[in-house]
Design a protein around this ligand. Structure first.
Ligand code: TTP
Ligand code: MN
Ligand code: MN
Ligand code: MN
Length: 392
C-alpha cells in the first residue's frame, strides 16, 4: 500500500482490470506468483536490486483490486521495467512464463529454497552447501558440516518450524509469556506484533514487544527473567539467543540496518493439547503454564510423532523502553517490504531516517518523539496506515 502512496494518482489511471488470479502462474499450480519466484531467484544470486524490483511489482499487483488483462494497461505503472512487462505479457498470453518455469525446475532454485527455509540458514550458507553438492536435508544431516547452534535446532525441529503457527497457538504462547513476565515485572505491557498484528491468520513465528510505563523498569528483563523462568525451570525453551540493549542516539546507529533492543530469539515448546482444548472451548487448565509438555520426547522432533504432543515454535521477544515504543511497534509490525518502503520514503521524500528506535532528521539534527504510531505517520506527513493495511 505504501508503494502506492507516492504514485496513488498513477495507479488510479490503470484501467481494464480483472480478478488477481489472472496473473498467477497456473502451470506451476503454486500460489506464489511468477514475479515472486523471480524475486527469490534474484535473492539467491544476491542481487538485491533485482530482488526489490520484482518484489515491488509483485506486491503492487497483488494489492490491486483487480488483475491486469493487458500489458498496455500497465503504462505508467510504478517501477515496472522491461523484464517484468515481458513476464506479465507471457503469462497473460500463454498462461506460463518460460523463464519462471526454468527457474522453478532448476536444482539451484529448489535447493536454495529448501536450505534457506531452515532456521539459521541464509542465502550465503545455502549457496555454499549447494556448491558442496548437497541437495536435501538428508544430505546435510549426513554431512560433515559444522552447523551453528541455530542450524542444529533448525534441522532438528525442521518439520515443526516450517508448519505455520496458528492464531490459537500464538494466543497460547502469549499466556505463557505473560505469566513469565508479570511474575517479575507486574506492570509490564505485552504487545503482539509481526504478521499476527497485521491480521494474518498464520505466521512463521510469534513476535512480542514488552515494555513498562516507567522507563528503565524493562531493563534486563530478557536475560534475568525470561531466561530463568520460561527457559530452564519449566523446560519450555528449546533454544534461545539473547542480546542486550545497545542503543545509543548517534548517527551511526540510525543508519545501521539492525535495531539495538534487548531481545531474545527463541524456540519454545508449545503444548498442543492445551491449544486444542482452548480451541474447543474446554480449557480446563487453572493458572498453569500455557505452553510446554511434560519434558518427555524432547530428543529429536518427529521421532515418535504419535507421542509428541508439543510443537516447536519460533518466538521473538523484544524489550522496548517506553519512549521508543511507537517506533518499535511500527518497525516490528512489518511486513518487511512495508518497512523497507516506509524507510525509503522517509529518506528520499522527507530526508529523515526512520528506524525501530527513532525518527531522525540529520540536517536539522532533530529527533521526533512519538507516543503512538499515528504520530509517526503524521511526522512523515502520511495518512495513517492501519496494521492490516501493511501486508505489502
Ligand atoms: P518477521 O517475524 O520475520 O515477519 P512477519 O511477522 O511479518 O511474518 P511471519 O508471519 O512470517 O512471521 O518480522 C516481523 C517484523 O520485525 C518485520 O517487519 C521485520 C522486523 N524485524 C526487525 O525490525 N528487527 C529484527 O531484528 C527482525 C528479525 C525483524
Ligand atoms: Mn513474525
Ligand atoms: Mn517471516
Ligand atoms: Mn519474527
Amino acid at each position: 500500500r505504501l508503494l502506492e502512496i507516492e504514485t496513488r494518482h498513477r495507479l488510479q489511471v490503470l484501467g481494464h482490470l480483472l480478478p488477481p488470479s489472472a496473473l498467477s502462474n497456473t502451470a506451476t499450480g503454486k500460489t506464489p506468483d511468477a514475479l515472486k519466484i523471480l524475486a527469490e531467484n534474484a535473492e539467491y544470486y544476491e542481487s538485491v536490486g533485482r530482488y526489490l524490483a520484482f518484489t515491488r511489482v509483485s506486491s503492487i499487483l497483488k494489492s490491486l483490486p483487480y488483475a491486469v488483462t493487458s500489458v498496455d494497461s500497465l503504462r505508467g505503472f510504478p517501477g515496472l521495467g522491461e523484464h517484468c512487462r515481458k513476464v506479465i505479457e507471457e503469462i497473460l498470453e500463454d498462461g506460463v512464463c518460460q523463464e519462471v518455469e526454468s527457474v522453478t525446475q532448476s536444482q539451484r532454485y529448489q535447493t536454495l529454497t529448501l536450505f534457506t527455509s531452515i532456521f539459521g540458514v541464509g542465502v550465503k550458507t545455502a549457496e555454499k552447501w549447494y556448491k558442496e553438492q548437497h541437495q536435501t536435508l538428508a544430505d546435510l544431516r549426513a554431512s560433515q558440516i559444522r552447523f551453528t547452534k541455530e542450524q542444529q535446532v533448525g534441522l532438528q525441529y525442521y518439520e515443526d518450524l516450517t508448519t505455520p503457527v496458528t492464531r490459537a497457538e500464538a494466543d497460547m504462547i502469549r499466556k505463557t509469556v505473560e505469566e513469565a513476565v508479570y511474575r517479575y515485572l507486574p506492570g509490564a505491557v505485552i504487545t503482539l506484533a509481526g504478521g499476527f498484528r497485521r491480521g494474518k491468520e498464520t505466521g512463521h513465528d510469534v513476535d512480542f514487544l514488552i515494555t513498562h510505563p516507567e522507563e528503565g523498569k524493562e531493563k534486563g528483563l530478557v536475560t534475568k527473567v525470561i531466561h530463568f523462568t520460561f527457559c530452564f525451570s519449566q523446560g519450555l525453551m528449546l533454544y534461545s539467543d539473547e542480546i542486550g540493549n545497545s542503543y545509543q542516539k548517534c548517527r551511526k546507529q540510525e543508519t545501521s540496518k539492525f535495531d539495538h533492543f534487548e531481545r531474545c530469539f527463541t524456540i519454545v515448546k508449545l503444548n498442543q493439547e492445551l491449544v486444542n482444548a482452548a480451541v474447543s472451548g474446554n480449557d480446563s487448565r487453572e493458572g498453569g503454564q500455557g505452553a510446554g509438555g511434560q519434558g518427555a520426547g524432547g530428543q529429536g522432533a518427529g521421532h515418535r510423532p504419535e507421542d509428541k504432543h508439543w510443537k516447536a515454535v519460533r518466538v521473538d521477544l523484544v524489550i522496548v523502553p517506553i519512549s521508543q515504543f511507537a517506533y518499535a511497534l511500527l518497525g516490528w509490525t512489518g511486513s518487511q517490504l512495508f518497512e523497507r518502503e516506509l524507510r525509503r520514503y522517509a529518506k528520499n521524500c522527507k530526508h529523515m531516517i526512520l528506524t525501530s528506535h527513532a525518527l531522525y532528521h540529520p540536517q536539522q539534527n532533530e529527533y521526533f518523539s512519538a507516543a503512538a504510531e499515528e504520530e509517526i505517520f503524521a511526522h512523515l506527513e502520511l495518512d495513517y496506515i492501519a496494521p492490516w493495511e501493511r501486508n505489502a
